[in-house]
Structures are given as C-alpha cells and as structure tokens.
Design a protein around this ligand. Structure first.
Ligand code: HH2
Length: 283
C-alpha cells in the first residue's frame, strides 16, 4: 500500500503519523479523546494539519503502565474507527499488540498495523499481518511497559536493536509478510536511557542503511523532558521539534508525532534548505 501517494520504501519528504490515543492514561493526550466525537474532531484536525497517516491506540504503553483487556481495547477503538470511515482520506494505523484488536480494526477500515511488540506478543499477529497484506511497524522494546525502564543496559544499543529488529523482520517474512510492507522502529523510550534514545535517533536509520524504512516515535517523550530540566510533557514541543529535525536528517522515513502542524512546518523549512523542495520565488 502507499502512504501519502508513495510506496513505503520510496524516498522523499518524511511522512508523519499523527497520534490519536483513545485512552484515559496516555502520558500526553490521555483522557482528551475518549469521547468518539472528540476523537473524530481530532482526527480531522490532524489530517488538515498534514498528517500522512493516523495512529490510533486504545492502550497506553507509557513506562509503568499495565495492560488492558482485549474487550476494553476494542470498545475504545472500534467505534472511532467506524466513525472515521469515509470521513478522512489518509490511512489509519492501529497501534496494538493484540491480533483480535488488529483484526477487528482492519475490518473497520484500519490499513496499517503498528505492533510495539514486533509480532512477539500474540502468536496470531504475524499470520494476520501476512493475510491482510497491510504495512506493519515492528518496534523494539526491552521488557514490558511495566518493567522496561528498570535500568536498561546495552553494550552497543544501535547494533543490538538493529539485530533484534532484523530478526523480527525475518520472522515476519517467514510468516508471509512482504518485505516491502515492513517498517522498523527502534522504540524510543521503550527500555532505554536518555543516552540510548539519543544514540538511536542519531544512528539507527544510518545503520539500517535503506534495507527497510525507519519510523521514529520521539514525540514529547521523557528523554526530552530530562534534557530540558525535567520539563513536563506540555512543555516539550520545541524539544520534540529538535528531535524531529535530527531524526529526519539521520534518514528516518516516518515520524510518529502529536504535533503535526509544527512538525510539518519544521520539515518544510529543513527540506527547502536541503533543496528537497522547490523554493518559492524570492524577494
Ligand atoms: N510510542 C508509543 C506508543 N506507540 N508505536 C511506535 N511504533 N513507536 C513508538 O515510539 C510508540 C508507539 C508511546 O507514546 P504515546 O502513544 O504518545 O503514549 P502512551 O503510550 O502513553 O499512549
């Protein structure tokens, strides 16, 4: 499938996944879009601001969070997915590690699977991804959201995350997922220290070296707060834009962001400076 008119691996300006969390407890937008009407309105705003896809989730994976039941997750996301049908023209990604949720979401119009467990949490997910033929985001996580921030240690974080994700990509392909449908994501904030996150934003896409497109999900995360004198999530926009610029320059194909308009503007200027976009007539 194509996102923003291009195949996943085609080069061009960075594409944006706008985040829409339908949860009471997500670390930034939790509780704001539980009401399906508020969620639909937010989806329309994210599309109008220039999102290339919408990433809809019904379970927070912030550090320390617990899991929700499949029934609850479906109750959060399915009504909103149904209401988005025919109302937005960008593809919708379902952010879940449960095959039952993904399957129901695909039936309701979702067209991308974003699995933070890289197809490891649910034995049915790989075959579902293969049979549905949609793009799949494979993300690296150390441990579970409940435990992942307890002193994560790596020798060489970029090499270890890459090795893991290439093995998950091989697993996906063995189970019938087409190579051109695979996106790799180093899992910023999922079992990583500040230094690990910085190393991955700098070095992961160059290490992948074009074998798969790379997605970076840095938006308003804790490492940005830590770099900014413990700024809370509401005060991490400028920091997030700095990380978006660095991720883009390092070769990421996709960014997963809360702030679509601001990130789009940042990327526009960056692309013009790098001569990737035509410059408006001068004066
Ligand atoms: N981060 C979060 C959730 N899903 N998916 C991918 N592929 N990559 C990410 O980095 C990623 C993700 C966590 O962020 P958020 O959804 O904003 O918060 P919460 O987990 O509290 O809902």
């Amino acid at each position: 499938m194509k996102i923003a008119g291009r195949g996943l691996a085609e080069r061009g300006p960075v594409r944006l996944f706008g985040i829409l969390n339908l949860t009471p407890d997500s670390f930034f937008d939790g509780g704001r879009f539980i009401n399906p009407e508020a969620a639909l309105a937010r989806a329309l705003v994210l599309e109008a601001e220039g999102a290339d896809a919408l990433d809809v989730g019904g379970e927070s994976t912030r550090p320390g969070s617990g899991s929700v039941s499949e029934k609850e997750e479906k109750e959060r996301v399915l009504p909103v997915l149904k209401s988005l049908r025919g109302r937005i023209s960008i593809p919708v990604s379902i952010d879940t590690s449960k095959a039952g949720v993904a399957e129901a979401a695909l039936e309701c119009g979702a067209a991308i699977i974003n699995d933070v467990s890289a197809l490891s949490a649910d034995p049915r997910m790989a075959s579902l991804a293969a049979s549905s033929g949609v793009p799949v985001v494979l993300m690296h996580m150390r441990g579970t959201p409940g435990t992942m921030q307890k002193e994560p240690v790596y020798g060489d974080v970029v090499a270890e995350v890459l090795e893991y994700l290439l093995s998950r990509a091989a697993f996906a392909e063995k189970n019938g997922v087409a190579a051109e449908d695979i996106i790799l994501d180093p899992g910023i904030g999922f079992g990583k220290t500040v230094e690990h996150n910085l190393a991955l934003i700098r070095g992961f896409a160059p290490a992948v070296a074009g074998r798969f497109p790379v997605l970076i999900g840095h938006s308003r995360k804790n490492f940005i707060g830590r770099l900014l004198d413990n700024a809370p999530p509401e005060e991490r926009l400028c920091g997030s834009l700095g990380a978006a610029a660095a991720a883009s320059l390092s070769g990421a194909a996709f960014l997963r962001v809360h702030d679509v308009r601001a990130t789009r503007e940042l990327l526009k200027v960056l692309s013009a400076i790098r001569k990737e976009e035509p410059c408006p007539s001068s004066n």
